[in-house]
Design a protein around this ligand. Structure first.
Ligand SMILES: *Cc1c(COP(=O)(O)O)cnc(C)c1O
Length: 405
């Protein structure tokens, strides 16, 4: 029996028979409205907004296994729709890597690579800013982790020497280090570490580098070959204007032989991908958005400029940006002691910021956060960013106590 059902019925103190009555009243599931404001600054969502073409593809290909009509057993070889060309020609060129496959997301790519290339009990070295999914992928693959510590507050920088040191520490424990991962950029501070230098440090020790480009691929130019990354993962729903779950996993020819090895019994099926990964709409939305994505990547310097200007204006209000400065990415982390102070006395306490921004047509900062939060300026017109800045200014102003006479 589903554990969830048991827990739910316990919590609600319902007998199982009562729980089944829920199935008599299901209308609420048929009309699902989304409550979002006009301007969404949630970093998770800025790069995953569908293009008009992707929105059409979503409807056109929404039926279950819609891509399987003309499949001969390997999803990446489907010619109609042109998945083969997308996966084997367009994506390798876009990422600068020999072989690419579509996955359900960045995390599934990381797990597949770790599972294929590392033995249980091996060590994987990763930056201290690594995403939780990298840690879970390693855990699921039975690996030990040695972290490369960041420099801490306020820059949280990661260095190439840190990688060499972490590799040495793992060796000192008699560990077999079989992979290194760099989060590029990390999902907390939006820091772009010198990936080339990290790749060199790893290669000096004979260790392949997996570049986690969940927040890079589809937003900014990333070329695995130029960087020297042996494996690269991307996230379609985060950064490639796809509905998801969908992502990318690329590898050098040599590593691809292990990662994308074929089943010994099931013809055409790649083991780490469990045969076929994304079997419908999410893949088609990623394809439909791809021309736009290729184009938008070229405009990355403008996105960086917008982010830097935004950061400057937030700092002028006493809200401090953490991480790389000047910043090189649209994802930014802010510390706001002034907003935290307001939350101590504001009506609704720490939820005031969420409410006050929402009233001004802005969402994306998690309800309850005031002291520190992340946001993204990606693909927002300057006019909208001006509105966001103005909203913060107004909010801070509105809580100022009248000056004593
Ligand atoms: C969002 C994110 C992920 C997870 O991506 P999925 O495609 O959802 O698996 C992994 N790493 C980083 C750095 C992220 O920001």
């Amino acid at each position: 029996m589903a554990r969830r059902t048991v827990v739910a019925s316990k919590r609600l103190n319902l007998k199982l028979a009562d729980a089944y009555r829920m199935l008599d009243n299901l209308e609420k599931f048929t009309c699902l409205k989304r409550d979002i404001a006009e301007i969404n600054i949630d970093p998770l969502q800025r790069g995953g907004i569908l293009t008009p073409a992707a929105r059409e593809a979503l409807i056109e290909w929404g039926d279950g296994y819609s891509v399987c009509d003309f499949c001969n057993g390997a999803i990446d070889q489907i010619k109609n729709p042109p998945i083969e060309e997308f996966v084997h020609e367009a994506l390798p060129e876009f990422l600068g890597i020999d072989e690419v496959r579509v996955t359900h997301g960045a995390r599934e790519g990381k797990y597949a690579a770790m599972h294929a290339l590392c033995e249980k009990g091996d060590w994987v070295v990763m930056d201290g800013n690594a995403h939780y999914t990298t840690i879970l992928a390693a855990e699921r693959a039975g690996l030990n982790i040695e972290f490369v510590p960041s420099s801490g507050e306020p820059g949280y920088a990661i260095s190439a020497e840190g990688y060499s040191d972490a590799i040495m520490r793992a060796y000192e424990r008699k560990g077999n280090v079989s992979m290194a991962v760099l989060t590029y950029p990390d999902g907390s501070y939006g820091n772009l570490t010198d990936a080339k230098a990290v790749a060199e440090a790893c290669h000096d020790n004979g260790i392949p580098l997996l570049l986690n480009g969940a927040y890079a691929v589809g937003r900014m130019p990333v070329n695995a070959r130029d960087i020297g990354a042996d494996i690269i993962v991307g996230s379609g729903h985060k950064s490639m204007a796809a509905c998801g779950p969908v992502g990318l996993l690329g590898a050098t020819e040599e590593l691809a032989r292990s990662i994308f090895r074929l089943s010994s019994t099931k013809k055409n099926k790649e083991v780490e991908l469990l045969g076929c990964t994304v079997r419908g709409a999410p893949l088609l939305t990623m394809m439909a958005s791809f021309p736009t994505v290729v184009e938008r990547v070229k405009h990355w310097p403008e996105e960086v400029e917008k982010a830097r200007l935004f950061s400057k204006r937030m700092e002028a209000m006493g809200i401090e940006q953490q991480g790389d400065k000047p910043h090189n990415h649209d994802l930014m982390f802010f510390k706001a002691e002034n907003l935290y102070e307001i939350s101590k006395t504001a009506k609704k306490g720490r939820f005031f910021l969420y409410r006050d921004l929402k009233e001004r047509g802005i969402c994306g900062i998690k309800p309850g956060l005031t002291r520190q939060f992340k946001l993204s300026t990606y693909q927002l017109p300057q006019e909208d960013l001006d509105k966001v800045i103005k909203a913060f200014e107004e909010i801070i102003e509105s809580y100022k106590r009248p000056a004593k006479v």
